[in-house]
Write a protein that binds this ligand. Sequence first.
Ligand SMILES: [Zn+2]
Length: 104
Amino acid sequence: MNFESELKKGRFAVGECARCHRVSWPPSESCSNCFGELVWRQVREPGIIIECSAIDGKAFAMAEFEGMIRILGSTSEKNLEPGQKVKITSCDFDQTPKFTFAMV
Ligand SMILES: [Zn+2]
């Protein structure tokens, strides 16, 4: 189980260290703090919008989860603003991680 394979199944998983309980972000093979073994689990929602923008009529947003995990995603929401709570409605991996967000 790892970050990419979980994304392809539509699950956004993060690796939490079994020893020091820190989440390793960006994803890595072992804990970036103590090199301990990672336990993969679902990210905790909701996240918070950090910034949003629109390119060619499509809306994109940077969202932060668990106070440290920042991911870029697309959204069909028209009125997203920084501070808005969002959940991940889909995720995939196609060369890079792909996420979509919706308001909570
Ligand atoms: Zn650790």
